[in-house]
Design a protein around this ligand. Structure first.
Ligand code: ACO
Length: 332
């Protein structure tokens, strides 16, 4: 069974309720039909009767719950919650209502916050920033976590590296600015994500253009300091760096550049030193190695909310919904 089939099987075993707020996009209905048919999750679609009739024509979404954001008996509850959560920002009920009607992602996050849904998947027709900003504002991070980051679960075909070709790559999606503390936090969250999704022990490589002091620069120090911080927080975690990518993956290179490292040559969780590196890195592997790239999956948020690529297919939405449902199971 491939990675995503295993995740779907897990999702089916304890069905969660996932909101799809992009009723303006036909792929939402295509995916919803598949999810409902396979029994992966309960689905809520947010949209007006006109939007649903126009965009969902031809798809069987009879098993989905439709929430009309203009005529929903629960709406006042969500407005009140919005105002409560954004009290410090001075959000008024009128502003909350307007925002929820204009941008259904806010509506979806409030459904989670009020216990009416378990997770959200969006981003087929919204940028990453616009998809995750409502979640950052309303749902916030898990206790003890300072910053949300985004990983891809990479499934590389015919690959003996990583965990038989499975890797977590992070942060590929969210943080435009890292210091060592943030990088250490991303590493620890990524290790947990690897464990939760792959079911194997993470071996975390903190990537750089330098291996164990081969180059001197503030960028290199930032990574080696992050390793120290992460080790202090989780002494038992297999984490090492700074490592170049070849030293992280290839045993023969590791034995030359990082002898004695338990991670080098065996890494399955790759933590990149910047968003540029992470974002470019996952796309290189996806395109050149024809890898499946599932994500970006957000880690560190208090509820599972996940983004999609705007070039995604309905099947990608199905996969991300299954991953979101599994995150919701783990949150319980
Ligand atoms: N973790 C937790 N909270 C955060 C984070 C974070 N990483 N970043 C911002 N926030 C919070 C802020 O504290 C703020 O909270 P507040 O409103 O209660 O004060 C709220 O989120 C909004 O923050 P802003 O800084 O006003 O929001 P911004 O417009 O900068 O958006 C965002 C934040 C969306 C994460 C931004 O950093 C961003 O756009 N990142 C890059 C996304 C991107 O383009 N990725 C690459 C493409 S993804 C792909 O290729 C698949």
């Amino acid at each position: 069974m491939g990675f995503i089939d295993e995740i779907k099987a897990k999702a089916k075993a304890d069905k969660k309720t996932i909101v799809l707020p992009e009723s303006m996009d036909k792929r939402t209905y295509d995916a919803a039909e598949k999810i409902l048919k396979e029994g992966i999750a309960n689905i809520v679609i947010i949209g007006t009767p006109e939007e649903i009739a126009k965009n969902g024509e031809g798809y069987d979404i009879s098993g989905a719950v439709i929430v009309d954001p203009f005529n929903d008996p629960n709406k006042q509850k969500y407005i009140d919650k919005f105002v409560e959560l954004r009290a410090k920002k001075g959000v008024t009920p009128e502003q909350a209502k307007e925002q929820m009607e204009k941008d259904y992602m806010y509506y979806a996050c409030l459904m989670c916050k009020c216990g009416d849904a378990d997770g959200v998947v969006s981003g087929a027709c919204h940028s990453t920033g616009n998809t995750i900003r409502p979640a950052l504002q309303l749902l916030k991070t898990k206790p003890g976590i300072s910053s949300v980051s985004g990983f891809f679960l990479m499934e590389v075909p015919d690959c003996t590296f990583g965990e038989n070709g499975l890797f977590v790559f992070a942060d590929c999606a969210v943080n435009t600015d890292f210091d060592s503390a943030k990088l250490a936090e991303i590493a620890l969250l990524s290790a947990e994500s690897f464990r939760n999704f792959v079911g194997a022990e993470p071996k975390v490589a903190m990537l750089s253009y330098s291996t164990k002091g081969s180059a001197k620069h503030d960028d290199v120090t930032k990574v080696s300091e992050a390793v120290k911080i992460a080790k202090e927080k989780q002494p038992d975690l297999a984490i090492d760096g700074e490592l170049q990518l070849d030293a992280a993956l290839v045993e023969s290179v590791a034995s030359l550049k990082a002898p004695g490292s338990t991670v080098a040559g065996h890494a399955n969780t790759l933590v990149f030193p910047s968003l540029e590196a992470g974002n470019i890195g996952y796309k290189l592997v996806q395109r050149l190695a024809k890898a499946n790239a599932y994500g970006p999956v957000l880690q560190g948020l208090s509820y599972p909310v996940n983004d999609l690529s705007r070039g995604c297919f309905a099947d990608d939405i199905v996969g991300v919904v299954a991953m979101t449902a599994v995150q919701a199971q783990q949150a319980k």
